[in-house]
Design a protein around this ligand. Structure first.
Ligand SMILES: [Zn+2]
Length: 359
């Protein structure tokens, strides 16, 4: 740690607040669903090298026992940073998807909300669990959303084909965020029956319409084209739109085949350079580039100015997580979570809580 009074000359480079990650599954060869402390540390160290200083480890579809273990490790590591990004509690992602909106996640085990069983998972709220994704149209979802909000969780809607009205009901129950805008969600086209009018709005349109909702985009340059990123930025604005990496384990790994999710029970996917991974050659299954890539891409667009890009990378996700009192901007009293980037927005140094991360 730099001693008080030390001066570091950044030689004209950019100094940004450390990136705050809402949605990340893996990196550096490890996935949080490997369910070991070492795997969590490996992912956190990998992403710290890309500028991420705070993250919510995100699960993928698995069994109830896998979810419980995932939350136990999150509880054990909550608030710690061991040479990597600080872990701030898990994002439970997977059990409450709508099965036909599962995307790349393994078909293994979906849970429909059931108060007794849910309570065991919600008991980790406050230590080990910070965010819960629920498709609001599932039977029992509204009671689960209310129970999660009562425990202080961030409730997000994701992998959902809800109608506009179902999403609004979810918002009334406590949904405040929507996972990866444009991906695995209903919209006017999906809800349209042949030749039927009027056309109907879905989760996409509801997310853009409801001011209560924040959302996020995977800005890896492969999931969404510039037009969709511009559209999301224009409609939601940098205070309601966060950048996420949504990466799996192949970050910083050579091309090849990988498990998405747990080894043995996840899905086999193939990495295609920096372009993400595909499942059976059909569509993109996840991203493989760090958070710095998203910042670099957004900063290259003339319609997004740099302070707004930094906000979407740090302060906005920190506020979404309820952590903006301690991180997300460079301010007195906050953690010294810092990213130094050169003129091309390449990371040259990262500090987590004032401690420089080894490259
Ligand atoms: Zn997803």
């Amino acid at each position: 740690m730099a001693a008080e009074g030390d001066v570091v000359d950044l030689r004209g480079q950019y100094l940004l607040p450390g990136f705050v990650e809402l949605h990340v599954h893996g990196g550096g060869g490890a996935d949080f669903m490997d369910l070991t402390v070492e795997a969590f540390r490996t992912v956190a160290r990998c992403h710290a090298r890309h500028g991420t200083t705070t993250m919510t480890p995100t699960s993928t579809v698995g069994s109830f026992e896998q979810y419980r273990r995932f939350l136990e490790i999150n509880a054990e590591l909550d608030g710690t940073a061991d040479g990597g990004a600080r872990l701030v509690g898990g994002h439970l992602y997977g059990p409450y998807f709508r099965p036909d909106a599962r995307g790349c996640h393994p078909a293994a085990a979906f849970l429909t909300p059931e108060p007794g069983r849910d309570a065991e998972l919600l008991a980790f709220a406050g230590r080990g669990l910070r965010t819960l994704t629920v498709a609001p149209e599932l039977p029992g979802a509204l009671a689960l959303i209310r129970a999660a909000r009562e425990r202080g969780l961030l409730v997000t809607a994701g992998h959902t084909y809800a109608t506009f009205a179902e999403l609004r009901t979810g918002v009334e129950a406590g949904v405040r965020h929507v996972d990866h805008l444009f991906c695995a969600m209903s919209d006017r086209a999906r809800l349209r029956q042949a030749q039927a009018f009027p056309m109907r709005a879905g989760v996409l349109e509801g997310t853009l319409a409801f001011d209560e909702l924040t959302t996020e985009v995977i800005a890896d340059g492969h999931h969404l084209d510039e037009g969709l990123l511009h559209f999301a930025y224009k409609v939601k604005g940098p205070d309601r739109l966060a950048l996420v990496s949504d990466t799996m384990r192949a970050v910083d790994c050579p091309d090849g085949e990988f498990w998405f999710g747990a080894v043995g029970t996840g899905e086999r996917v193939r990495k295609l350079g920096s372009g993400g991974v595909t499942l059976d050659g059909a569509g993109l299954a996840s991203a493989v580039v760090g958070f710095d890539h998203a910042v670099r891409l957004m900063a290259s667009y003339p319609w997004a100015d740099l302070p707004a890009v930094a906000r979407m990378a740090s302060l906005t996700p920190a506020r979404i997580l309820g952590l903006d009192h301690e991180c997300g901007s460079l301010a007195d009293g906050k953690r010294a979570d810092l990213v130094v980037m050169d003129a091309d927005f390449r990371v040259t140094a990262v500090y987590v809580g004032g401690v420089k991360i080894a490259n």
